[in-house]
Design a binder for this molecule. Structure first.
Ligand SMILES: Cc1cc2nc3c(=O)[nH]c(=O)nc-3n(C[C@H](O)[C@H](O)[C@H](O)COP(=O)(O)OP(=O)(O)OC[C@H]3O[C@@H](n4cnc5c(N)ncnc54)[C@H](O)[C@@H]3O)c2cc1C
Length: 466
């Protein structure tokens, strides 16, 4: 990229607002996926919607690809500049602009970290429910790192999504920058918008239609009491059935998380051991909330359903310290995989909840036939699987086998009536699989929508489409 273009970018965002030296660009070469690298020509840090629009205008008029970037925790290669060009980072657009309790919304800039919203709101007795983690969970969930702009672009989910929905369900309004550099406001604080659902279109579009500059997000009051229920099962099939039974009972847990035997072995071997039953084939962690008597009644109801559905053991955990340890163990499960294998590939697919047991059996066999093992830790409530396929980087070919097994599992998710991604996006890594879900007609409609926002195809090129 020639220096005169860099200078023009600096005129917009100030000196120090553009990185273009090779050593600085290295940091932006990959995201949470690691498997994909792509060097941008420059990384630009606008401080306002207006600066963001001017940067887009400049790049668009010069035919330069534009990749939005929050914190780079994407697990699908979404934030990587696959075709060069500029990365627009929202790191300096990081203010909570307003909290409006009367309308139950917060107005935030795109670069605000997910967890900052809850840190602010919890003092007011409120929450932003898509917290990509959990109130008890210390780290390393991406809620402490990922931005609201990245969450919107990926339509991210989290542990509480079973009850509260995913990111798109919390959006009331967006301020976006669209090519060739225009600021547009979609929605606001009100509930309903006439016409096509443009907020829904932008949410989950992975930076291919617009750059998100600001968002009006829905906030909800926190409940007074929460209770955790721990259940163990002798087989995965019964655990899967128990999840369906809880949902069909009309109970409304906040979170329902399942860990299989290998995942339990991993966490119980490390510093986050919480006393999870190591002999169980599956463990369910459920949380309910309400007023103190309401939460207690809901916990009793869930426990009864679990027992009737064949759980080997059910415990209502009323000691908050123990509950905190159990949820921290769940949260640390990915990190704890190092205790059972040197490397892993994490996949993300969804299935209809009724087919949980089948999907888990397929995951095991896809790994086993390649001589690999798979651990499962996932959001059982919304059927969002996260198989962790273990492999050893030091053994030639194992990584490729793990990726292959992951793809086989995702293809099976589609055959079972689910999808190739629950919350991590299609990005670069899964674009080949999009054609497993949609025919030419549907992909053609998506491409036409893209062309109407971005006629030159410069927004996050090389992503989503096969
Ligand atoms: C340890 C860990 C735990 C995770 N847990 C969860 C989880 O519980 N739930 C979940 O859903 N995901 C999870 N993820 C995945 C990831 O954190 C989410 O996808 C997150 O929303 C990405 O946010 P980010 O700010 O890092 O975005 P980035 O990775 O920087 O970008 C993600 C995508 O959004 C686009 N983008 C970023 N900002 C903008 C913007 N302002 N306008 C337009 N496009 C933009 C990028 O181009 C890219 O396509 C996890 C990841 C890690 C590493």
């Amino acid at each position: 990229m020639d220096l005169s273009f860099i200078k023009r970018l600096e005129e917009v965002v100030g000196r120090g607002g553009v990185l273009y030296r090779e050593v600085d660009l290295l940091v932006y070469e990959s995201d949470g996926t690691l498997a994909l690298r792509g060097r941008a020509d420059a990384v630009v840090f606008p401080r306002s919607v207006e600066e963001m629009a001017k940067v887009v205008e400049l790049a668009y008029s010069h035919g330069v690809p534009i990749v939005g970037r929050g914190s780079g925790t994407s697990l699908s290669g979404g934030a990587v500049a696959a075709k060069g060009g500029i990365v627009i980072s929202t790191a300096r657009m990081n203010k909570i602009i307003e909290v409006d309790l009367a309308n139950e919304v917060a107005v935030v800039q795109a670069g605000v970290i997910n967890d900052w919203i809850n840190a602010y709101l919890s003092r007011l007795g409120y929450q932003y429910p898509v917290d990509l983690g959990y109130q008890y969970m210390a780290d390393p969930g991406s809620q402490r790192v990922s931005t609201i702009g990245g969450n919107i672009a990926h339509n991210s989910g989290g542990v509480k999504c079973f009850k509260y929905g995913v990111t798109v369900n919390q959006l009331r309004g967006l301020t976006v920058v669209i090519p060739p550099g225009e600021v547009r406001r979609i929605g606001g604080k009100e509930f309903e918008q006439p016409g096509y659902d443009l907020i829904g279109l932008v949410a989950g579009s992975e930076g291919t239609l617009a750059l998100v500059a600001e968002a009006v997000v829905r906030i909800t009051p926190l409940y007074e009491a929460t209770l955790t229920i721990l259940a163990s099962f002798k087989d995965l099939y019964t655990a899967g059935r128990a999840v369906s039974a809880v949902i069909a009972s009309g109970a409304m847990p906040v979170a329902m998380e399942l860990m299989d035997k290998l995942a339990v072995e991993a966490v119980e071997s490390g510093p986050y051991a919480a006393g999870l039953p190591r002999d169980a084939e599956a463990v369910l962690l459920i949380q309910v909330e309400g007023s103190p008597p309401g939460a207690a009644a809901e916990a009793d109801k869930v426990a009864k359903v679990l027992r009737e559905a064949g759980a080997a053991q059910v415990e209502i955990v009323d000691d908050p310290n123990k509950a905190a340890r159990l949820w921290a163990a769940r949260k640390q499960a990915f990190g704890a995989m190092g205790f059972v294998g040197p490397n892993y590939v994490v996949e993300d697919g969804t299935i209809p909840r009724k087919r949980l047991a089948e999907a888990l059996a397929i995951a095991r066999s896809a790994a086993a036939k390649r001589g690999l093992r798979v651990a499962n830790v996932f959001h059982a409530g919304d059927g969002n699987l996260h198989p962790l396929i273990l492999y050893d980087e030091r053994k030639p070919g194992e990584r490729e086998k793990a990726i292959e097994a992951g793809e086989e599992i995702l293809e099976a998710c589609v055959e079972l009536g689910g999808t190739i991604t629950g919350e991590h996006g299609v990005g670069y890594m899964k674009k080949r699989l999009l054609a497993k879900m949609y025919g030419e007609a549907e992909i053609g409609i998506m491409k036409a929508i893209k062309a109407s926002f971005d006629p030159k195809g410069l927004l996050n090129p090389g992503k989503i489409f096969p």
